[in-house]
Design a protein around this ligand. Structure first.
Ligand code: SF4
Ligand code: SF4
Length: 242
């Protein structure tokens, strides 16, 4: 059920995510919840029919900025990466070391590419996080000026992408909060490095270990922000119904 048709779909999707996350027979239920939410995002964007964007394979300038993720999303990507051998983990660690001391909002000026950018394309395109799905623009030229030249402009983008990304991320965050799992959003490079540190990171996180301790919080989701207020409201509305 797409997210752009009112409050009911929000709440029904949160209940479905809660059911996934409570099913302890599924060892990768966090990854599964992320996959469900990302499919929901794709479905909602498709049904919203936004204006055409300039994004295409081989256009990669935006992969030089910060990315904020809901924790469950990191495990979905880590599961794919763990099959690719140790070099990926080493590159993620090196990238994290280069960017960890840079403030999240300044990362776009540092010109450090995402460690998952390969040959000018996203190497995890099918499982990329919500923020990456929602990072679009109608002008690759303006993106180049912003992400590669550090110009203070805002790439133009149809409004639907931002609102659907927020809705989907809040849906997943609310479900995590309702089952007692941490929903604090995370800086991408730090979260990836933490999730790749061991093969059983998802297991350990689901068992209550704070494997993301010390990872910087994602931008724009701090207490009191509209995002946080939306998550609180969703949690409040859904809690009596689960
Ligand atoms: S957001 Fe900009 S840089 Fe990224 S793929 Fe789209 S047009 Fe290219
Ligand atoms: S995960 Fe993929 S889309 Fe997102 S920043 Fe990295 S390379 Fe770009």
């Amino acid at each position: 059920m797409a997210l752009n048709t009112g409050r009911q779909p929000f709440e029904a999707n949160i209940r479905h995510l809660v059911a996934i996350l409570r099913d302890t027979t599924k060892p990768h239920r966090a990854s599964e919840a992320a996959a469900y939410t990302q499919r929901l995002y794709d479905l909602t964007i498709k049904s919203a029919r936004p204006e055409k964007v300039a994004c295409a394979k081989g256009c990669y300038y935006c992969c030089h900025t910060f990315v904020t993720v809901v924790p469950a999303e990191v495990f979905r990507v880590a599961r794919v990466l763990q099959k690719r051998g140790p070099a990926v983990k080493q590159y993620i660690d090196e990238t994290h070391a280069k960017t960890s001391s840079i403030a999240q909002t300044e990362k776009w000026r540092a010109l450090v590419p995402c460690p998952l950018l390969e040959s000018e394309a996203c190497s995890v395109h099918d499982v990329r996080p919500l923020t990456c799905r929602g990072c679009v623009s109608t002008s690759a030229e303006i993106c180049y000026r912003v992400y590669m030249d550090g110009k203070e402009e805002v790439p133009p983008a149809p409004l639907e992408y931002h609102s659907v990304t927020t809705a989907a991320a809040a849906t997943l965050s609310a479900a995590l909060r309702l089952v007692g799992l941490p929903d604090r959003t995370l800086d991408w490079n730090g979260a990836l490095a933490a999730a790749m540190a061991s093969q059983d990171s998802e297991d350990r996180w689901l068992s209550g270990e704070d494997i993301f301790e010390g990872v910087t919080q994602g931008v724009g989701t701090e207490p009191g922000t509209p995002f946080d207020n939306l998550v609180r409201e969703l949690v409040q509305n859904v809690a009596p119904t689960i």
